[in-house]
Design a protein. Structure first.
Ligand code: AMP
Length: 192
């Protein structure tokens, strides 16, 4: 398997690029935000618990998201590889992910971080809110909270993988095609 983490702040384009990468390479997509939103739509107990955190721009507890990821990994032993999107978001999640993968004799091969300035993130979240119906994209206070959670809790995930020499940063500004080409080049280089 070739397993990658697409990393970046909220609004950096992880979801958009993930869709294309999945279509090109056949990764199994593991997007914890999408998994949580489908729990909310299904009105499950887990969804009800997660909703209040998400509405406030806070992180859902580690144990909840780690459990969901464990299920998807276990259910997809024949995937080409996993593409993690929006996970891990804390150092504890990163350590748990390494353990989960190890259980299946797998590992993270590469983390690609999308670099996008903060002003641009706000513009993108505002634009996405128009079509996604995501309340956490539309509210300026929640946007700010999500960016501060990213800085205070999630950036540590990049440092964690950096110590293993697994992080590549690419410019997340430009056309969707340009960024996709840069991502594909890194994946091709590292999976060859
Ligand atoms: P996203 O769709 O990745 O922007 O995630 C939307 C919201 O879901 C976040 O603001 C968090 O409240 C929650 N969430 C998604 N992924 C995680 C994660 N790995 N850990 C904790 N909370 C998460």
């Amino acid at each position: 398997m070739f397993n990658i983490i697409l990393f970046g702040p909220p609004g950096s384009g992880k979801g958009t690029q993930s869709e294309r990468l999945i279509a090109k390479y056949g990764f199994k997509h593991i997007a914890t935000g999408d998994l949580l939103r489908s729990e909310i739509a299904g009105k499950t107990e887990l969804g009800l618990q997660a909703k209040s955190y998400m509405d406030q721009g806070q992180l859902v507890p580690d144990a909840v998201v780690i459990g969901m990821v464990d299920n998807v990994i276990t259910d997809n032993p024949d995937a080409y590889g996993f593409l993690f999107d929006g996970f891990p978001r804390t150092k504890a999640q990163a350590e748990a992910l390494d353990q989960l993968l190890l259980k299946h004799e797998e590992k993270i091969n590469l983390m690609i971080a999308l670099d996008v300035p903060e002003e641009e993130l706000i513009i993108r979240m505002m634009n996405r809110a128009k079509t996604s119906g995501r309340t956490d994209d539309a509210d300026p206070e929640v946007q700010k909270k999500r960016i501060s959670v990213y800085k205070n809790e999630t950036l540590a995930v990049a440092s964690y993988y950096h110590q293993f020499g697994k992080v590549i940063t690419i410019n997340g500004q430009g056309s969707i095609d340009e960024i996709f080409a840069a991502l594909s080049e890194e994946i091709d280089d590292h999976s060859a």
